[in-house]
Design a protein around this ligand. Structure first.
Ligand code: KG4
Ligand code: ZN
Length: 339
């Protein structure tokens, strides 16, 4: 089964083709709107929707060309149905549902976070079920026990800002351009953690929930009245990154001890962070747990992960009716199990 997938949940327009028989990605393309939103310091939803309208069809055409697949050879269409910006989602949903209708093929709305969780399945030696998943993106931070496709138990989540959101907001305080996460990580490479002391939120409390909004406020307080020269900014960035990483590592260690799961999968944009990867690798080595990551380009938003997740569900016989589905909120643990 060859599945065309579409992702438009936020500020990336993406398309991909996955072959379920070969278990192989045939093509994928991402167009990022980052430059368009940068001058506003964040994503402007209406601009995002309008730009998806402009870019999506040419991108689908280019992706089918790259995959060497004719429209008549597509067996099903998967599109991100949520959670995300509803106007942006509607563009991908309307195009995906309509193409499938026109081609006489099934369509399926896919959960964006399921896509992220399953992204490591696209790598040459994918993890096997069950595993612990740490999902750290711009919109979500959660720990989940994954026993199979659609078998998700949420163990902990952020009570306020997501980890990526905290990176982006702190980067803004340090005068870095949007999107701040990667820029802050680069700045932190030249800095020393410890010169400024930031809290490690929620570590003194039991449980697996996170809270990152206080960390951003602590940075705001720490820099008040300071001259932000390059060395000071780098030291604050390093301490901030270390505080987020320490928090995520401690919660992962707790979750692994609590569940006894044999492996850990890391997904979402912040999963591309080098410092986090180094420390998770160390945790894995110390506790005998295998740690898997998607390649960095599949940590951030892409359609390859939606193609993989959609293909598994379409091959299991799932498909939508003629409704165009776009859900701003959609709890991950309400998805049906496959198999
Ligand atoms: O998964 P993603 O592309 O989009 C969402 O679904 O939210 O994640 C984007 C988030 C942004 O907050 C971005 O700043 C952060 O991931 N990010 C990083 C890094 N690369 C992306 N944060 C820290 N270090 C990075 N290297
Ligand atoms: Zn995402």
């Amino acid at each position: 089964m060859k599945v065309l997938a579409i992702e438009t949940s936020c500020d990336e327009t993406a398309a991909a083709v996955f072959d379920g028989q070969l278990g192989r990605l045939l093509g994928h393309q991402v167009y990022s709107q980052v430059d368009m939103h940068a001058c506003y310091g964040g994503v402007v939803p209406e601009l995002a929707s309008r730009d998806h309208v402009r870019k999506l069809l040419p991108l689908i055409k280019a992706t089918l060309g790259e995959a060497g697949v004719q429209p008549g050879q597509v067996d099903g269409v998967a599109y991100t149905a949520g959670p995300g910006l509803v106007g942006a989602l509607l563009v991908g949903a309307a195009v995906g549902r309509s193409l499938a209708f026109g081609w006489g093929r099934p369509a399926l709305g896919v959960h964006h976070l399921e896509g992220h969780l399953l992204a490591p399945m696209l790598e040459p030696s994918p993890p096997s079920f069950p595993f612990l998943a740490l999902l750290v993106s711009g919109g979500h931070t959660l720990l989940a026990e994954v026993r199979g496709i659609g078998r998700y138990r949420i163990l902990g989540a952020s009570l306020d800002d997501a980890a990526g959101e905290a990176f982006d907001k702190t980067a803004k305080l340090l005068g870095l351009p949007y999107p701040g996460g990667p820029a802050l990580a680069r700045l932190a490479e030249d800095g020393r953690p410890g010169r400024f002391k930031l809290p490690r939120p929620m570590l003194d409390r039991p449980g697996l929930d996170f809270s990152f909004s206080g960390l951003k406020t602590a940075v705001f307080v720490a820099i008040r009245g300071l001259t932000l020269d390059q060395a000071t900014r780098a030291d604050i960035a390093a301490e901030f990154q270390q505080a987020v990483v320490d928090t995520l590592i401690t919660k992962c260690r707790r979750a692994l001890e609590h569940t006894g799961l044999p492996s850990l999968v890391v997904a979402g944009g912040v999963g591309a962070n080098k410092k986090l990867r180094q420390e998770l690798d160390r945790l894995g080595a110390a506790s005998g747990v295998r740690v898997s990551y998607p390649r960095p380009e599949f940590c951030t938003d892409n359609a390859a992960m939606i193609a993989y997740a959609g293909c598994q569900r379409l091959m299991a016989g799932e498909c939508d009716d003629l409704r165009i589905r776009a859900l701003a909120r959609w709890p991950l643990d309400t998805l049906p199990a496959v198999g």
